[in-house]
Design a protein. Sequence first.
Length: 413
Amino acid sequence: MLPNIVITGASSVSCWVLGQCLQLTIAHRDYARAAKILTALYSSGTVPLGLLWKSGAYVFRQTTSGFRTIRFLQSHLEQQTINGIELVQELVATHVAAGTLEQAHALLESYLDKKPFRDNAILFGYLGIITMLLRNDEIRKLNDDPIDQDMRTALGLSDSDSNDNEGSNRSVSDDAENADSSSANDGSSDNNDDEDDSRVPGRAPASQLVNKNVYSHDDALLYFDKAYELDPNMDYFFPYYLPLLTRLGYEDRAKAIAIKFCLENPELPSGYRLVLLMLDRREKQDYTVWVELAPYYLKMVPVADWDTIASPLCAHYEYGILQGEDHLLVDLIDLLAQRIEFTRGQDLVALKKLVDVYYSTQELYGDTLATTVRHKVWKPRVTWWPKFLFDLPEFLDLEAEDVTGKSMGTVMT
């Protein structure tokens, strides 16, 4: 954090040492001592605030309430020398963790008509997600609703963040408060105002909260559209943007966006997953695209969900085999073998499927196809194929496998 920077003044060496100590105390989760070091650094007046606020916010989240963290960040946001975009992102996430979604929404709206904020796709994506949260009837149950929990994850919030209102690790909160009062310079000395709504910048009393009916999915869509316009490859909000498009009747547009992202970013499995889950396999055109993309996704993520991805592709291969496309047998066995390999033999569904497929096709397809399967599928997996062939499936233990290449050669001859 502080190494390799120039700090003017007689205390520059001391500040550098304190910076090193701050890193160590945070690494060892000694937040009480970290808060004291932060107090000293802020009091020195020689360390740029831009170098301290991230560490300060992290320590605050561990030692005191979300409301104090909000005040801490708000005081820094008023400093013109700090990266405002990063700070706004952090402040928005803290508002969401504290449950003050209306204030997070208002904060974003107040900045997104200004430069450089209006050119930031992440902030518009945040605003879209928060608007969806506000529209949800269960906005006061963020920790109970799975959908809301997914949205919290998209904002980078951990489970511990949701407990900020309880003031975790209270034994060191007073030390952290010293850093707050030193940096904010707001003249506040009240130690018991963690839950005082009126003290939180931009937070209205509960009786004055904005009616959530003001927010709409149409508004959320506008924010998502703007984020996509600014950065088409910013996919973190796609799991909410694309279903929202579908819900509002723009299904074809949602599919087009997902497929475009997938084709332009072939190395990212997230794009493939979005497309595969959106396409309707009951429609011929969608099914054709799905079958083309699914194998690529499973190559990147061999342990992808069995019911929605792997099993339907197996069914496609099996149907093709019955129609005379014998070469698909190689693809089918390779898919199952790869899944077993990456799950260390723990995926019993795939294992049973492989047993059924392999032994039921041994006699049906003869030596030529069996030889092809051995060379394309089993030869690269020299360490465990003989055990699969000769032992019962329940005894397959890839962790302890020590079969040598020599034994594999014996099997294949």
